[in-house]
Design a protein around this ligand. Sequence first.
Ligand SMILES: [Zn+2]
Ligand SMILES: [Zn+2]
Length: 356
Amino acid sequence: MRTVAVTRIGSLRDPDATARGQIGVVDFPDQPLGPEDVRIRVAYSAICGSDPHLAEGFFGTDVPIGLGHELSGVVEALGEKAHRNGLQVGDRVAGNFLRFCGTCTPCRAGTQQFCEHIQDYNRPGMAETVTWHESQVYRLPDDVSLLHGCLLEPTSVAVRIADKTDIQVGDRVAICGGGPIGQLALQVMRMHGATSLTLIEPIAERREMALRHGADEVIDPISEDQYRRADEITRGQGFDVVIDASGSPRAVRGLLEIAAKGATVIYGAMYPHDFEMPLNLSDFLYLKELTLTGVFVSPYAFPRALQILPYLDLDELTQSVFDLEDATEAFDMHISGRYPKVVIRCNDITDSGSTS
Ligand SMILES: [Zn+2]
Ligand SMILES: [Zn+2]
């Protein structure tokens, strides 16, 4: 089964071509179809901002490392007991690449994100097919296309970020980073009644995209004084909710300063292993009483992500599409930053869903 994989560990941005990480298409063995499993013929699988971290060996260095966890497709086969969700062969689906076992202590305590068996079904989905447990699979609404449906997983992350903000209607919100998670979080925060909704992002096209999708203000942290602008926008109060969706050690440093007293700051991205951020406890935790938190994965968020998918504007996040055999070029495009999201078409499947 053809699967997009890391074939050499290294930074995909390394200027030295001999040391640079490599992406290729590798033949992987078929995944077994257990009695409660669902085999999905993958239509689209999107490149995630975390994929280059995998190429750098974040989760291990044994190559090939299969990629892909943001996908949509059509049910191709069901195990003999996979009937609890009413799934049928031919259904258009997307889902959660992680299976929460439901049996370990964290799962039973309501914290599935810490499931002790979370990797059991984490299988590469940038492939011709992927086989998941039925609990991971969600049928797409009729008015969501397969192309848009591959964004269910990143949308679930935006929903989880929203959950962790504890936002109240009228809260002033800043989002740092205009990549896919930042753009999706922006649309979700807009729905949530955010005000002074501000995107902080150095790339002009991404700032413009945010303005088209509900941002009230944008800040270019390179050419503008971010602190002065934040003061202007919030009339000196600071933002009640600050979300980092950049994952950038340089960008996250200034976020505590623009937070209001009593604000919540969510580090909603993946960060380098060894990155440590200085934290002045007196300024930020004592005097400002900030709540600092993060997002690892997004349990309990998928049903609501599915529910809001038809309300999101996903066209601009799905305009760069490559075929599976062109995966290397697709990753080059991802690294170039020209599009906020690059999608791989794993099979050419006629879509019965709407594209609106
Ligand atoms: Zn992802
Ligand atoms: Zn568990």
